[in-house]
Design a protein around this ligand. Sequence first.
Ligand SMILES: Cc1cc2nc3c(=O)[nH]c(=O)nc-3n(C[C@H](O)[C@H](O)[C@H](O)COP(=O)(O)O)c2cc1C
Length: 162
Amino acid sequence: MVAIVYYSRTGSTREYAKGIKDATGGDLIELLERNPKKTNGQCAIQALFGVCPQLENKDLELAPYDLVVLLTPIYAFNPSPAINSFLKIANLKEKKVYLVTLGEDPKSHRKPTEKIKRKVEKKGGTFLGSSSFRGASMFKKTFYFTEEELRKNIGEIVQRLS
Ligand SMILES: Cc1cc2nc3c(=O)[nH]c(=O)nc-3n(C[C@H](O)[C@H](O)[C@H](O)COP(=O)(O)O)c2cc1C
């Protein structure tokens, strides 16, 4: 069973999460912050300082799943704060984890990917690998990908999961 755990503020990461759900039949788990961020500045500062905001999610039970696909936007060269919160509370023992990062510049996602990999391994998970793609434009909030590119990229991710 596959859990697709994601945080999305402007929707691009959600599109990838939904595409992976459609391709794998997994369960979507959207991470929701108790006090959603209102500004880009809040996102950047919390990401830079590794803040773990309180989540609304009551049920982050991962027992039924053997594979967790984790999706996050990158803010200020760091994982999103909601993903920090998830990685703090989740029990990843004996879980396989695949990471998908979204952002303006996927080539700069190595550092946040390494951070997440270390946390996954510290929580007892096995890090399978990662993919990085262009998501939404930071200021205009429009998506960089077409429907066709999304389908192709989802296909690549799903291939790497099997
Ligand atoms: C405050 C802020 C900082 C960002 N910093 C980065 C960054 O360091 N690297 C990057 O590739 N994208 C960066 N982005 C772009 C977001 O990661 C991108 O828009 C992402 O697709 C948003 O995901 P969402 O649409 O699911 O919310 C930043 C966006 C914001 C708002």
